[in-house]
Ligand binder design. Structure first.
Ligand code: HEM
Length: 214
């Protein structure tokens, strides 16, 4: 009679999915690290609240655009392994947007509802930012697998609103800079390209180009 052998527990190696996700988690800490390095080197702005507002707003925008880039990059490169990163990049965009908004509400306006309401009405850029945040909130809240299963096709419909949120962030950025400052327009250009790559005939053309080159 043979005795059952106990398979030696092989050490589990991280899969490429986990390695990619770890890279995103570490990447999400870059803005924090840059902030501390700038403080240490004395390069940070003396106006700490404005400095933090600009840094967190910028990080939220970059993560949002990176999240929107995943689908076009996957369809152009065929690297399906990048797909799970879309969710994390979107969540980090939301986290930075939440910190950005909290700084505005708590540090800049001292949590005073009357002053805040006044600021929102008098500063159209803040209203556009609030519009973007209001869209990002339910998207972040329903980003789990469980919600994706529960909402079925509606989940995709709901999550398409991320393009509207991104457009509002660009409007927010355009309205807050001085006339003639071109920075927001670079990001508007990136968003326009990402939107174009989502247009059905262009997606079909990319798919057929892939089939031909395969
Ligand atoms: C109620 C919502 C929001 C408010 C009140 C708000 C407020 C502000 C303020 C006060 C500034 C700095 C203006 C200045 O001093 O020059 C700013 C900049 C910015 N915000 Fe927001 N924001 C909101 C939402 C958002 C969201 C959701 C995003 C992105 C997802 C975002 C992205 C940005 C960007 C990219 C900048 C410019 C950063 C730079 O110049 O590098 N904001 N926002």
């Amino acid at each position: 009679m043979t005795t059952p052998t106990i398979a030696a527990a092989a050490p589990r190696r991280p899969s490429s999915k986990h390695r990619l996700e770890l890279a995103v988690h570490l990447g999400a800490l870059i803005p924090v690290a840059v902030f501390f390095v700038d403080q240490w080197l004395g390069r940070a702005s003396p106006d700490l609240i404005r400095d933090l507002t600009l840094r967190t707003g910028f990080a939220a925008l970059i993560f949002l655009l990176l999240s929107l880039s995943v689908t076009p990059v996957v369809s152009l490169s065929g690297l399906g392994a990048l797909n799970p990163l879309r969710r994390w990049l979107g969540i980090y965009s939301f986290v930075y947007a939440l910190i950005h908004l909290s700084i505005f509400v708590a540090l800049d306006y001292g949590l005073d509802p009357a002053v805040l309401a006044d600021a929102l009405l008098q500063k159209p850029y803040a209203l556009a930012g609030l519009g973007a945040f209001t869209i990002l909130l339910p998207l972040a809240a329903t980003s789990t697998d469980a919600f994706q299963r529960r909402l079925k096709r509606n989940w995709k419909r709901l999550h398409r609103a991320v393009y509207l949120a991104a457009a509002l962030v660009i409007v927010h950025f355009v309205w807050l800079v001085k006339p003639g400052v071109l920075d927001p327009w670079w990001y508007a250009g990136v968003l326009a390209v990402l939107l174009l790559l989502r247009v059905r005939p262009i997606r079909r053309w990319i798919a057929s180009w892939h089939r031909r080159s395969a």
